[in-house]
Design a protein around this ligand. Sequence first.
Ligand code: PMP
Length: 362
Amino acid sequence: MSKQVYNFCAGPAMLPQDVMREAQREFCDFNQLGVSVMELSHRGSHYMKVAEQAEQDLRELMNIPSHYRVFFMHGGGRGQFSAVPLNLLTRGDAADYLLTGHWSKGAADEADKYADVSRIQGLETDSDGHTRVTEKLRIRAEARYLHYCPNETIEGVELFELPDSQGKPLIADMSSMLLSRSLDVSRFGLIYAGAQKNIGPAGLAIVIADPALFVDARDDIPAILDYRQMEKHGSMYNTPPTFAWYLAGKVFQWLKRQGGVAAIEEHNKAKADYLYQYIDSSDFYRNTVAVSYRSRMNVPFQLPDRALDPEFLRGAEQRGLLALKGHRAVGGMRASIYNAMPLEGVKALVGYMELFEKLQRR
Ligand code: PMP
């Protein structure tokens, strides 16, 4: 037996063990066809069944209104940074972007190439020095939508309430929180997510959209980013990322077996509470996000002295606690605890944090 490892990587992230084992069992011989699912035609009946089941399971898990479209696309989260403005705006149209961290800024910078973008600074520091999100937003009358990122993967800032979009369609980059908690999809014009956190392998993007928002007038969109092509061809305008789609389908079935999104939400709350409570109880570790905006998926924390970081990481790795190094933009540590991370993984991390603190104080 290899030793127990917990992978805290922000993405590509840990996937459920059951899913990996199931995929391994079928890897060379899918449905007793003598070939891998990777080697099947995407248009053949065996693969079509996989693809359709995945969409149906996702619709069920998220209770997606039937008139919303669901696309399985190439290009990850950033692909959608371009696809969203290209499909929802005509050249020169206005769109407003709420900035709460690295990824929402990235989305605005990309949209800037195609549209008249206004950036709304969304973060402020409260009197205790904690980061929080601005509540009063100045959205332009001419804006065609408001884009935001409900969970900033790097800063560990999560918005649990919807921003007041003042009647504008709300577009959300849910790359690092999709399927982690319940949502009312009908309140969003469009949701997208790169897959490599709660869904499956990198490269795939999921798009859930009200097709009434797609503009008709454009013919300058690269066809592989064109939502109308996706609609027309059932996400198979070109060869889709078939293996990633198949694995995403397995993750959706796993999630259904866990009791669905509401059940995983409770599990996620318990994990995040356990970790934050420990951080708050210690005067050694710190998290500087205001309590009501703390991410349940990505928990950044700092040690009292940056010089201790390499030693902390070395010891963690020796104990099978992997990929805790914070993003280079913010430093420190970051524990990503997506759906597939068991509570035992978080307990193992806290156990190590306690030990490390004790050793430093000796
Ligand atoms: N949005 C968010 C919130 C992310 O966390 C990431 C990746 N970590 C991206 C977008 C970019 O995704 P990709 O690398 O798949 O393009």
